[in-house]
Design a protein around this ligand. Structure first.
Ligand code: ZN
Length: 174
Protein backbone atom coordinates (compact mmCIF):
# COMPACT_ATOMS: atom_id res chain seq x y z
CA UNK A 1 0.00 0.00 0.00
CA UNK A 2 1.21 3.52 -0.81
CA UNK A 3 0.79 6.47 1.54
CA UNK A 4 1.93 9.71 -0.07
CA UNK A 5 4.96 8.02 -1.56
CA UNK A 6 5.83 5.74 1.35
CA UNK A 7 5.30 2.01 1.07
CA UNK A 8 3.44 0.46 4.00
CA UNK A 9 3.18 -3.25 4.68
CA UNK A 10 0.85 -4.80 7.22
CA UNK A 11 -1.35 -7.84 7.92
CA UNK A 12 -4.97 -6.79 7.86
CA UNK A 13 -8.52 -7.85 7.04
CA UNK A 14 -10.78 -5.69 4.88
CA UNK A 15 -13.88 -4.68 6.88
CA UNK A 16 -15.48 -2.50 4.20
CA UNK A 17 -14.69 -0.83 0.91
CA UNK A 18 -16.39 1.66 -1.35
CA UNK A 19 -15.97 4.03 -4.26
CA UNK A 20 -17.67 7.22 -5.33
CA UNK A 21 -16.88 6.47 -8.97
CA UNK A 22 -19.71 7.00 -11.42
CA UNK A 23 -19.56 7.03 -15.24
CA UNK A 24 -18.48 10.37 -16.64
CA UNK A 25 -17.23 11.79 -13.33
CA UNK A 26 -13.54 12.76 -13.62
CA UNK A 27 -12.68 12.75 -9.91
CA UNK A 28 -13.63 10.18 -7.32
CA UNK A 29 -12.51 8.55 -4.09
CA UNK A 30 -11.94 4.97 -3.07
CA UNK A 31 -12.02 4.02 0.59
CA UNK A 32 -11.01 0.79 2.34
CA UNK A 33 -11.38 0.11 6.07
CA UNK A 34 -9.01 -2.49 7.51
CA UNK A 35 -8.61 -4.19 10.85
CA UNK A 36 -4.89 -4.68 11.39
CA UNK A 37 -3.64 -7.91 13.01
CA UNK A 38 -2.77 -6.00 16.22
CA UNK A 39 -6.46 -5.05 16.62
CA UNK A 40 -6.12 -1.44 15.45
CA UNK A 41 -7.94 0.08 12.48
CA UNK A 42 -6.62 1.65 9.31
CA UNK A 43 -8.42 3.53 6.56
CA UNK A 44 -6.90 3.97 3.12
CA UNK A 45 -8.41 6.68 0.99
CA UNK A 46 -7.33 7.02 -2.63
CA UNK A 47 -8.27 10.14 -4.55
CA UNK A 48 -8.48 9.41 -8.27
CA UNK A 49 -8.71 11.82 -11.18
CA UNK A 50 -8.51 11.74 -14.97
CA UNK A 51 -8.27 15.53 -15.48
CA UNK A 52 -5.57 16.95 -17.76
CA UNK A 53 -4.35 20.59 -17.60
CA UNK A 54 -2.49 23.19 -19.61
CA UNK A 55 0.67 24.65 -18.06
CA UNK A 56 -0.30 27.53 -15.77
CA UNK A 57 -3.76 26.24 -14.79
CA UNK A 58 -4.57 27.14 -11.15
CA UNK A 59 -5.66 23.52 -10.55
CA UNK A 60 -2.06 22.34 -10.98
CA UNK A 61 0.02 21.82 -7.83
CA UNK A 62 3.60 20.71 -7.24
CA UNK A 63 2.21 17.17 -7.12
CA UNK A 64 0.77 17.32 -10.65
CA UNK A 65 3.22 15.77 -13.14
CA UNK A 66 3.35 16.22 -16.87
CA UNK A 67 1.84 13.25 -18.71
CA UNK A 68 5.30 12.28 -19.97
CA UNK A 69 6.56 12.01 -16.35
CA UNK A 70 3.52 10.15 -14.98
CA UNK A 71 3.52 6.43 -14.08
CA UNK A 72 2.53 3.98 -16.84
CA UNK A 73 -0.81 3.17 -15.18
CA UNK A 74 -1.63 6.91 -15.12
CA UNK A 75 -0.63 7.29 -18.77
CA UNK A 76 -2.99 4.43 -19.63
CA UNK A 77 -6.07 6.32 -18.33
CA UNK A 78 -8.25 8.14 -20.86
CA UNK A 79 -7.91 11.82 -19.93
CA UNK A 80 -10.61 14.48 -19.64
CA UNK A 81 -9.86 18.18 -20.30
CA UNK A 82 -10.08 20.44 -17.24
CA UNK A 83 -13.07 22.82 -17.66
CA UNK A 84 -10.96 25.81 -16.50
CA UNK A 85 -7.92 25.62 -18.80
CA UNK A 86 -9.51 23.44 -21.51
CA UNK A 87 -6.53 21.64 -23.01
CA UNK A 88 -7.21 20.13 -26.42
CA UNK A 89 -7.13 16.34 -26.34
CA UNK A 90 -7.41 15.17 -29.93
CA UNK A 91 -8.35 11.75 -31.26
CA UNK A 92 -4.64 11.07 -31.86
CA UNK A 93 -3.96 11.05 -28.10
CA UNK A 94 -2.84 13.44 -25.41
CA UNK A 95 -0.07 16.03 -25.80
CA UNK A 96 2.64 14.51 -23.54
CA UNK A 97 3.57 17.94 -22.15
CA UNK A 98 0.10 18.44 -20.63
CA UNK A 99 -0.21 18.05 -16.85
CA UNK A 100 -2.28 15.17 -15.44
CA UNK A 101 -3.87 14.63 -12.03
CA UNK A 102 -2.75 11.32 -10.51
CA UNK A 103 -3.87 8.97 -7.73
CA UNK A 104 -3.38 10.23 -4.19
CA UNK A 105 -3.34 7.48 -1.58
CA UNK A 106 -3.63 8.53 2.02
CA UNK A 107 -3.65 6.45 5.19
CA UNK A 108 -5.62 7.35 8.31
CA UNK A 109 -5.22 5.62 11.69
CA UNK A 110 -8.45 6.02 13.67
CA UNK A 111 -7.95 5.34 17.38
CA UNK A 112 -11.03 3.19 17.89
CA UNK A 113 -14.25 1.95 16.30
CA UNK A 114 -16.12 5.21 16.95
CA UNK A 115 -13.33 7.13 15.19
CA UNK A 116 -13.66 4.85 12.15
CA UNK A 117 -17.35 5.70 11.88
CA UNK A 118 -16.55 9.37 12.58
CA UNK A 119 -14.23 9.52 9.56
CA UNK A 120 -16.91 8.03 7.31
CA UNK A 121 -19.49 10.54 8.53
CA UNK A 122 -17.22 13.60 8.31
CA UNK A 123 -19.01 15.71 5.72
CA UNK A 124 -15.99 17.99 5.32
CA UNK A 125 -14.06 15.17 3.66
CA UNK A 126 -14.24 15.59 -0.10
CA UNK A 127 -15.44 12.84 -2.36
CA UNK A 128 -17.34 10.77 0.21
CA UNK A 129 -20.80 10.67 -1.34
CA UNK A 130 -23.83 9.57 0.71
CA UNK A 131 -24.63 6.44 -1.31
CA UNK A 132 -21.05 5.20 -0.84
CA UNK A 133 -21.01 5.90 2.89
CA UNK A 134 -24.38 4.24 3.37
CA UNK A 135 -23.14 1.13 1.62
CA UNK A 136 -19.92 1.06 3.65
CA UNK A 137 -21.80 1.48 6.93
CA UNK A 138 -23.97 -1.43 5.90
CA UNK A 139 -20.83 -3.53 5.31
CA UNK A 140 -19.38 -2.44 8.67
CA UNK A 141 -22.64 -3.38 10.39
CA UNK A 142 -21.96 -7.06 9.57
CA UNK A 143 -18.16 -7.10 9.26
CA UNK A 144 -17.54 -9.47 12.19
CA UNK A 145 -15.72 -6.93 14.37
CA UNK A 146 -18.00 -6.45 17.43
CA UNK A 147 -16.81 -2.91 18.26
CA UNK A 148 -17.26 -1.71 14.69
CA UNK A 149 -20.64 -3.42 14.36
CA UNK A 150 -21.84 -1.75 17.57
CA UNK A 151 -20.55 1.69 16.53
CA UNK A 152 -22.12 1.49 13.07
CA UNK A 153 -25.49 0.31 14.45
CA UNK A 154 -25.56 3.34 16.73
CA UNK A 155 -25.51 5.86 13.90
CA UNK A 156 -27.12 3.92 11.06
CA UNK A 157 -30.39 5.78 11.35
CA UNK A 158 -28.78 9.22 11.12
CA UNK A 159 -27.02 8.68 7.76
CA UNK A 160 -28.24 11.00 5.01
CA UNK A 161 -30.45 9.45 2.37
CA UNK A 162 -28.81 7.91 -0.69
CA UNK A 163 -31.10 10.11 -2.75
CA UNK A 164 -29.32 13.26 -1.47
CA UNK A 165 -27.93 15.43 -4.19
CA UNK A 166 -24.41 14.50 -5.30
CA UNK A 167 -22.00 17.46 -5.35
CA UNK A 168 -20.57 18.58 -8.70
CA UNK A 169 -17.32 16.91 -9.68
CA UNK A 170 -15.15 20.00 -9.26
CA UNK A 171 -16.16 20.42 -5.64
CA UNK A 172 -14.55 17.11 -4.77
CA UNK A 173 -11.05 18.46 -5.13
CA UNK A 174 -8.38 16.05 -3.96
ZN1 ZN B 1 -6.84 23.07 -15.73
Amino acid sequence: MLDRGRILEFDAAVLASGTSHRPGVPRWSELVVYRVSDGSYLINRIGRSVFAHEDGCPEISWRTPRWIDAAPEEQALPRVPCPLCRPRIGPGGIDPTLFVETSRPRVMLPQNADAVIGILLDRSRPGLIPVMIRDMLEQLGRCGDPAIEAASRQINRTVPSAASRVPPALRSSI
